[in-house]
Every structure is written in C-alpha cells, then in structure tokens.
Design a protein around this ligand. Structure first.
Ligand SMILES: Cc1ncc(COP(=O)(O)O)c(C=O)c1O
Length: 397
C-alpha cells in the first residue's frame, strides 16, 4: 500500500463524520452562496496583519544587503533572538537571553521540535481534555503516548486527576491556555496547584516539564489576565507563534521560549538544533523572523475579538444554550442541547446553514465549537439562526 499502516489508520479515522460534515458544507456553499452560509468551523482569522508590519515587510524585502536569504543558525538569527529575549525579559521580569529563544515554523513546528528533542519512545505526555486534536499527532510523531485528563466543568485543570494520571513514564504535561477549543484561560490558582503537584514529583527525584502551547497568548479579554507561568513553575518550555496575534498563519513563524530557570536548557537547545533539522524544517522562515521580532509588542485588535465574543455569548445565552464564557482565544464551546452533538451539528447545518465543529473532534462529545474569528457582520446575520435552534432544542433541553 502506498501509505503506511499508521497513516491508513489516520485516514480512516478522518473518513467518518469529518468527511460527511465537510462535504455537506461545500455542497451548501455551492447551493446557497458563500454569504448565506455561516461558517464558524475554522480557526483561520479573517483579520489582516497590522499595517505597520506590512509596510516594514516591504522595506525589508527591498533591503539590498547580501546574505539575507541564506541558511542561518538552526535556532534563528542572533539579533532576532536577542530582540525577542529582551522583550521576554521585560515582560516576565526574568533574565531571558538569545540562547533561551529558538525560532520555529509556527507553533505546530515548535511543538514538534520540542517533542522530537525531548521524548523517548513510550514517554507519556499528559494533555488536559478537551484538546486541540493535532496534539495527538504531534505526540505520536515522536513515539510518545498521550494521556488525556478531563478538565472540570469550567474547563479548568483538574489537578487531582492530573496527579492520578502521573506514572513513571510521564515526561511532560502539554497545556494550552488560552485554550482551543474552550477559550478557557487557566487560572493562577489552578496553575499554582499544578506547580505544587509537579514540585512534589521533583522532590521524588523526577522532573515533569510543562510544555505550554501559547499560540493565543495575546488574545486575552479585558475581564482576565494571563498568569505568568514562568513565575509559577521553573520547568516551563513555552511555544508560541504569530499565526493568531499578528494574523500571519500562512507565514509559519513562531518561537520556543525556554524558562531561564530550566537548569540544563543548553542541552535542550542542542537537541532542538538537531530536531529542527531532522524534521526537515532546518530553520524558521528568514524574512518573517526579522519582521516578527520587531513586532513583539503588537497584536491585531483584541477589542474587536472581544466585541464578537460578547455579541455571540449574549446570543447563545438568549437562545438558552449552556456555555462557559471564554476568557481568551476566539472559540466558544457550548454544550449540545441533545446528547449526540453530531446530530445537533448536522441539524444546525441543515436547518440554519450554521457550520460548527462537534466536540468529539476535540475529545469531548456532547459539546460543539464555534470559531468566532469571522466578520462581525456574519455573526450578526447568523444570530437569528442561533435563536431559532435555541427555541427548537436548547430551551427544551
Ligand atoms: C492550540 C493550537 N496550537 C497550535 C496551533 C497551530 O499554530 P501555528 O499556525 O502557529 O502552527 C493552533 C492553530 O489553530 C492551535 O489552535
């Protein structure tokens, strides 16, 4: 067979509901036109990068200095990493140096580079559930085993359950806050409880690392502050990107920031250097390293996302849905008013032309995800549909 057995299995897994849903969505867009289908299924922001960044990009492209398009150190340009390190030092009040920063091919490339460098075959990585489905692929890519642990009813960490899931094979916990798909931001209190748990493991002679997917680090709403994880736990490896905060997902740029408190970080960096080559990335894109490093303080308008969050959340409440109000990212994860959320998602699609993703795509059946990184006008036009399905299902549920 042309594909491996493992890939055949992954393809089969995708053939079920995903295929059914996406084919129905394509058909619907063809029949009713793009404007009459309300597509909340993708985390692909509809906003543009900051104008100043685009202007700087043009200047950089016109720079005649020789050598700007050549290979470079695998961890990225020295001056780029220095610039980011000084931003991180000021922001987190910790002595980051260029050695703690490693430029990556987006957050996805960054997490894979970290896992490639860190995991032995059979090492376990704890992942709070619901979760960004790709984590399973990323962990298994490198011989790891994903251990899912349910979050509580507010989608916060259940530290007791995490403690129960720790085994001799646990190497890391991979957390994602602000979270895709729930929009939850883990509270300082829950992160401190996690740190206490992990420090108790260290007293037993074992370090469990926190790998933090911070792809949505800057998309945090005004009713919340993202806790400083570096100040809470020492063994933190954060991976972020500019896909969401600078609206550059197609440009594939991000970085790993290793806490200055990780004692053997240099060994990890040596491993990352080999991992990024072995994975075939070699280094992060040159031009976007340079431009992104100058825009660390910037982001797309969070206020615009907040308006969308508030409008959509109020709509859902009015419609009678149960939903934890997101504090960050641009997702909502309401409870399905009928037990089989796939049935409900298909009904939303057929009856109201509203496209959302069933919770089983994130490890949590019985819920569905709405990605509200779409034009406000589309949310407004979809509102009557949400209210009608609410009447039909949620109010009865
Ligand atoms: C939680 C999470 N991590 C990682 C990624 C991938 O980000 P990037 O485009 O930077 O690779 C996404 C993209 O949606 C995401 O939601």
């Amino acid at each position: 067979m042309i594909v491996s057995e493992a890939m055949e299995k992954l393809i089969e897994d995708q053939e079920g509901w995903t295929r059914k849903m996406f084919e129905a969505a394509i058909e619907m867009k063809r029949t009713y036109g793009l404007d009459n289908v309300y597509d909340f299924s993708l985390g692909n922001p509809n906003v543009e990068p900051p104008p100043a960044l685009l202007k700087r990009l043009i200047e950089m492209l016109s720079d005649p200095t020789p050598g700007l398009h050549r290979y470079m150190p695998n961890n990225g340009y020295d001056d780029v990493r220095e610039r980011i390190a000084s931003y991180l030092s000021a922001h987190y009040s910790l002595p980051f140096t260029a050695q703690h920063v490693f430029m990556t091919v987006g957050c996805a490339g960054g997490i894979n580079t970290v896992l490639k460098a860190m995991l032995n075959r059979g090492d376990e990585v704890i992942v709070p559930n619901p979760f960004f489905w790709e984590f399973k692929n990323y962990i298994e890519n490198h011989g790891g085993v994903m251990r899912l642990v349910d979050t509580d009813d507010q989608f916060q960490l259940d530290v007791g359950a995490i403690g129960d899931a720790i085994t001799d094979a646990t190497k890391a916990i991979l957390i994602n806050s602000p979270n895709n798909p729930t929009g939850a931001v883990y509270t300082e209190e829950s992160l401190r409880a996690l740190a206490d748990l992990l420090y108790r493991q260290r007293e037993k002679g074992r370090v469990i690392y926190v790998i933090a997917d911070e792809a949505y680090r800057k998309i945090v709403y005004s009713d919340c502050v993202l806790p400083n994880l570096y100040g809470i736990y020492d063994y933190v490896i954060s991976v972020t990107s500019h896909s969401k905060d600078l609206a550059l997902p197609g440009e594939r740029i991000g970085y790993i920031a290793i806490s200055p408190n990780v004692p053997d970080y240099q060994l990890l960096v040596s491993g990352l250097m080999i991992a990024i080559r072995a994975l075939g990335f070699v280094n992060a894109p040159a031009l976007f390293q340079r431009v992104a490093s100058e825009f660390q303080e910037n982001s797309v308008s969070i206020a615009e996302y907040e308006k969308k969050r508030d409008f959509l959340y109020e709509t859902l409440m009015e419609a009678g849905f149960e939903c934890v109000k997101p504090k960050g990212a641009f997702y909502m994860f309401p409870k399905s008013p009928v037990p089989d959320e796939l049935e409900f998602v298909m009904a939303m699609q057929q009856q109201e032309r509203v496209l959302v993703v069933p919770g089983r795509g994130f490890g949590k059946a019985g819920y569905f995800r709405i990605a509200f990184c779409v034009p406000m006008e589309m949310i407004e036009r979809a509102r009557p549909g949400f209210l009608r399905v609410g009447q039909r299902y949620a109010r009865k549920g």
